[in-house]
Design a protein around this ligand. Structure first.
Ligand SMILES: Cc1cc2nc3c(=O)[nH]c(=O)nc-3n(C[C@H](O)[C@H](O)[C@H](O)COP(=O)(O)O)c2cc1C
Length: 361
């Protein structure tokens, strides 16, 4: 049992979830956190989108929204970290409380609504650590009151063009009204074209990832896959949080509005991942997110078709040694199966996962 499971979690869980988040950021800033070498096993290296990831595990967007602690997160063992979502102008997000723990479900509901200090604040933070290396992606979004959501993504690319190792175009937060409509076939094709033009105008070939919701029908997965194949998108991230509340056990808190993350999201997000994997035919790599909280769940994402895996909620329940535990577990799994690279496991169970029914509720 880790120190976090024994003492840390109990302490953090005494605080409201958003206060605990603030405390954890402060804790990381002190440097007194576990450390693990991200490149400890070369068999875990992943080359996608022109980037060499030391391992497949990344910190998902939403934890380090303003770029306060990318280096501390990389020091935990993550092979990459995603800052954001960052909006062009600072905005406060929704009224508090707006993050809720569903303890019995090892899950969280959040309706933060893109609380962000804005582009210039995050830019200031990232300029300070520019020379430090490691893969730091920037997840960009739109201001709630913007009259042109697409234009806000273009602004993100202009602002961070010289700094981002990759961009994530996040059109899947359930907490900004109208945002998910950008996932529709026509708006998406239009957005991806604008994004592509903006990246070209920076004069740097920064890779662009697209992050989608798990609440998609088969037809919507088709449409998104076609739009991705017809664009220059370098990877598809599946998925953001879900609006579904199926099968939860944590009582009345499950009825809070917002996006659900953590263990109950695992199955749905993995099915959508595998369905997208089948449609993208190996032409566009996938990043699997949703409910990863162990080496086993990370391995399952990879077998379902993910080249990279990200997590957030798992860290809340398992603590800062989770990257180390997962990476050591993946390494042991490679030993057991006699594989020389994690790539060999990618997509092996994709057919099985993609045949499962998507029960949208
Ligand atoms: C409190 C919280 C805030 C989040 N904020 C963002 C965000 O700003 N942008 C984004 O793309 N995803 C955001 N997410 C979604 C995560 O990046 C991830 O896609 C989702 O939580 C599923 O992964 P998990 O089950 O490992 O948490 C947030 C998630 C949580 C729990």
């Amino acid at each position: 049992m880790s120190l976090y499971s024994k003492i840390g979690k109990e302490l953090f869980f005494k605080f409201d979830a958003e206060q605990a988040h603030g405390l954890s950021i402060r804790g990381l800033k002190t440097g007194l956190h576990p450390r693990f070498h991200a490149g400890f096993d070369p068999r875990l290296n992943v080359d996608i989108a022109g980037l060499n990831f030391p391992n497949p595990l990344g910190m998902a967007a939403g934890y380090d929204k303003n770029g306060d602690v990318p280096d501390a997160l990389l020091a935990l063992g993550f092979g990459h970290t995603e800052v954001g979502t960052v909006t062009p102008l600072p905005q406060p997000g929704n009224p508090k409380p707006r993050i809720f723990r569903l303890k019995e479900d090892r899950a969280v509901i959040n309706r933060l609504g893109f609380n962000s200090k804005g582009h210039s604040a995050a830019l200031g933070q990232l300029k300070k650590r520019k020379a430090k290396g490691g893969i730091v992606g920037i997840n960009i979004g739109a201001n709630k009151t913007s009259e042109d959501f697409g234009g806000d993504y273009v602004k993100g690319i202009e602002a961070f063009g010289a700094l981002a190792d990759y961009f994530t175009v996040n059109i899947s937060s359930p907490n900004t009204p109208g945002l998910r409509a950008l996932q529709g076939a026509d708006p998406l094709a239009d957005l991806l074209q604008r994004v592509d033009d903006a990246v070209e105008a920076t004069g740097r070939e920064t890779p662009v990832f697209l992050k989608v919701a798990p609440d998609l029908t088969e037809v919507e997965i088709d449409d998104i896959s076609k739009a991705v194949l017809g664009s220059n998108i370098d990877a598809l991230i599946v998925s953001n949080t879900t609006l579904s509340r199926t099968g939860l056990r944590s009582g009345s808190v499950t009825q809070e509005a917002g996006g659900l993350s953590g263990a109950p999201l695992f199955e749905r997000s993995t099915i959508v991942l595998a369905k997208a994997h089948a449609r993208l035919e190996g032409k566009v790599p996938l990043v699997g997110v949703g409910g990863v909280n162990s080496a086993e769940t990370a391995w399952q994402k990879i077998e379902a078709g993910a080249s990279l895996v990200q997590l957030y909620t798992g860290l809340i329940y398992e603590g800062p040694s989770l990257p180390k535990i997962i990476l050591q577990g993946l390494s042991k799994q490679l030993d057991r199966e006699g594989l020389s690279s994690i790539k060999e496991a990618c997509g092996r169970q994709s057919d099985d996962w993609s045949k499962r029914e998507l029960l949208l509720s």
